[in-house]
Design a protein around this ligand. Structure first.
Ligand SMILES: [Zn+2]
Length: 504
């Protein structure tokens, strides 16, 4: 993305003093001294006019969040993103950097990045008065103009706004109330840039008041000493919606100064979620073992997150982050890698068993309600996987008749998928199941001789039939008839009091 005005592309970087800056041909002090909100506004409008993508890498917000965000920025508003975890809030805020000019001139050594033409700190004002056009300047890249802070209850005024530095005061023989003894906090250091505070409601009331004063008047108070410091900052926040609207968490005058509240959301369709996950998850690995992840399996992983977000046993106020499907998918690939390495194969296809192996990437990403706590995260996660498989199965197969497969099991046949078997062995066993392999085309397996892909797809079909209670399955991944003919024998397996064993 480029948002450059002509002066800045014209070799300005060579300017080392205010005088040299003024002598750059067609250097426009006016447009190079824009307040940051005007600078963003100007660059944003240009990008929109050129039809460029505004927040590359942010998906699913094109018709909801982004238009609201653009309005806030064009209005020169400070704003807050309200959303649950894992909704790309931080990514959006960091993306604002792309709307800044590539470089801006600042006075050398200034702690608050003073504009050479309008210095606001006392030391720069004194310096420019004394040195005039010989005042040295430097160029600041846009990445340095973004300052971010996670609000926690122990964040202090000194951290955010500043403190009086007694050592500096003593050294300079200055009074403590002298501006030159101030140690600036993060916000003044973000001058001429963007200051982001994550989880605003966790910030102490006293600091919220300090922020309000700056947003309102450009005044800061340090240790009771008022100081006029008209900072030029775009201030942006994030918060969990429920914390933000809870009475007493945010002081009203501060809320009043936040120009826009923009609600983020999770992907609205599974397809959208899949493309975000695909972009974020580390699945293409530079390794001698190559793992393919079939589309239906990516679909299952995404569906787990969708199911979890709907599940009453999962706390909706904290949400289910997009990081759940992302880390789960990475773990699925790793499980397949591990398996392939163990049996000495170079190429493999991830399968349903790998999704169960990804449980540790799933359980920690859901806050459970009381009812869920009683069951335990792992049980809930397994149920979510089963439901997800059932849904993907229905979507792929609809009304396909699997009666021959079901009958094969009802005739007393059983199939135990070996834990550490070679792909060929798995393929052979699954091929024995009557009527099973003829359906794998619907899962995108065109070449039935591709044993890894075929076996993985066949396994998915059996899992789908199990999810819909058409066949039974033991915890050791053995499949058998749901309504067995040899009842006593099989019923044992379904005894709920039987001790649980982990399986993959
Ligand atoms: Zn300065």
């Amino acid at each position: 993305m480029t948002a450059i005005n002509s002066a800045q592309s014209a070799g300005h970087s060579k300017a080392r003093t205010i005088g040299e800056l003024k002598r750059i041909p067609d250097f426009d002090a006016q447009s190079n001294s824009l307040p940051v909100k005007n600078e963003i506004r100007r660059n944003l409008l240009r990008l929109i006019e050129r039809g460029e993508s505004l927040f590359p890498g942010v998906h699913g917000y094109e018709d909801s969040v982004i238009p609201q965000l653009v309005n806030a920025l064009l209005s020169r508003h400070n704003f807050i993103l309200l959303g649950l975890r894992g909704q790309a809030k931080s990514r959006i805020l960091r993306g604002l950097v792309q709307l800044l000019d590539p470089e801006i001139p600042v006075i050398v050594g200034c702690e608050i990045n003073d504009n050479p033409f309008h210095p606001i700190c006392r030391s720069c004002r004194e310096r420019v008065a004394a040195e005039g056009d010989n005042t040295p300047i430097t160029w600041m890249g846009r990445e340095q103009r973004y300052v971010e802070k996670l609000a926690t209850p122990d964040v202090t005024i000194a951290d955010i706004i500043g403190d009086v530095d007694p050592i500096r005061a003593a050294r300079g023989g200055r009074d403590l109330s002298d501006e030159l003894t101030i140690h600036y906090g993060l916000l003044p250091r973000a001058n001429r840039g963007i200051f982001a505070i994550n989880e605003l409601p966790d910030l102490a009331g006293k600091i919220q008041v300090g922020l309000f004063n700056i947003m309102q008047e450009g005044d800061i108070q340090i240790k009771g000493y008022p100081l006029r410091l008209p900072l030029d900052v775009l201030i942006v926040f994030t918060a969990n919606p429920e914390d933000y609207t809870a009475r007493g968490k945010i002081i009203t005058p501060l809320k009043d100064r936040i120009g826009a509240e923009i609600r983020t959301h999770y992907p609205t369709t599974v397809q959208e979620g899949m493309s975000i996950t695909q972009q974020e998850a580390w699945t293409k690995r530079d390794s001698h073992i190559q793992i393919d992840v079939p589309d239906y399996l990516r679909n299952v992983v995404e569906e787990i997150a969708f199911q979890a977000r709907e599940d009453k046993r999962v706390d909706r106020r904290s949400g289910v982050s997009q990081r759940l499907p992302i880390t789960a998918l990475e773990s699925v690939v790793s499980s397949a890698e591990q398996h392939a390495a163990r049996i000495g194969e170079r190429h493999s296809v991830a399968r349903v068993a790998d999704v169960y192996s990804a449980l540790p990437a799933i359980t920690g990403k859901m806050e459970l309600e009381y009812e869920g706590e009683l069951k335990g995260a792992e049980v809930i996660a397994r149920e979510l996987i089963r439901t997800a498989i059932g849904r993907v199965f229905s979507k792929q197969f609809g009304e396909v008749n699997f009666q021959p497969v079901v009958q094969w099991f009802e005739a007393g046949n059983e199939l135990k998928i070996p834990e550490d078997g070679a792909t060929h062995q798995r393929f052979q066993q699954l091929s024995n199941v009557q009527g099973l392999m003829e359906h794998i085309g619907k899962l995108g397996v065109d070449n039935k001789k591709d044993e890894a892909a075929a076996a993985a797809a066949a396994e998915m079909i059996l899992e789908g039939l199990w999810a819909h209670r058409r066949v039974g399955r033991s915890e050791e991944r053995g499949f058998y008839a749901e309504k067995p003919q040899r009842a006593p024998d099989s019923r044992d397996r379904e005894n709920p009091n039987r001790p649980r064993r982990t399986y993959n």
